[in-house]
Write a protein that binds this ligand. Structure first.
Ligand code: ZN
Length: 194
């Protein structure tokens, strides 16, 4: 198990488009393992490589008890949309209503280079869209309507973790002596972090 520090809003790596994977090697398999371990420890419903500081087009998800990953995703989205709460492990403790496509078909590869297709709706579709956005350097606050986005930016600026010293900012582990860490619970909204 190799839990990695999760990069937070404000880290330039989250605004940088990630590069396609070309080598399906041991390093990629370790990346998928690190993403999976870090996502499950958070816990979150998804995690993209840039969120642990790696600029490659890889993400993992954990929805309805199923864990998966996708490399070099290519999405087809339904016209029909869904409205619902969305969060992000890189923007801790905040959730906002975000409109997404209801269904998604995601084509890509597994860590061994085999072609795979993921079809999903609802939370899986939301997670796949959210994580693919991360690979394009896009954060979900950019998907919010103008008014909600304003509220989100204000809430981010007022968050304890925002602008905290790097040592705390990137720590995935609770530090019992500090008030600047993530609360133990997620306020009754588990698994919304992506
Ligand atoms: Zn996210």
């Amino acid at each position: 198990m190799s839990v990695q520090p999760i990069r937070l809003f404000g880290d330039p790596v989250l605004r940088t488009p990630a590069a396609p994977v070309t080598d399906f090697d041991a390093e990629l398999r370790k990346l998928v393992q690190d993403l999976t371990d870090t996502m499950l420890e958070a816990p979150g419903a998804g995690l993209a490589a840039p969120q642990i500081g790696v600029g490659l087009r890889v993400f993992t998800w954990y929805v309805d008890g199923e864990v998966g990953h996708l490399v070099n995703p290519d999405l087809s989205l339904s016209e029909e949309t869904q409205d619902g709460e969305e969060g992000c492990l890189s923007i801790p403790d905040l959730v906002f209503d975000c409109r997404r496509a209801l269904r998604v078909v995601a084509r890509g590869f597994d860590m061994h280079g085999e072609p795979v297709t993921i079809e999903g709706s609802d939370l899986l579709a939301r997670a796949v869209q959210h994580e693919t956005d991360h690979l394009d350097g896009v954060l979900f606050v950019e998907r919010l309507d103008a008014e909600t986005r304003k509220l989100a930016m204000k809430a981010i600026r007022e968050s304890d973790w925002f602008g905290a010293p790097p040592a705390l900012k990137v720590s995935p582990h609770p530090l019992p002596t500090s008030g600047l860490t993530r609360p133990a619970g997620t306020g009754g909204l588990p698994r919304l972090g992506l």
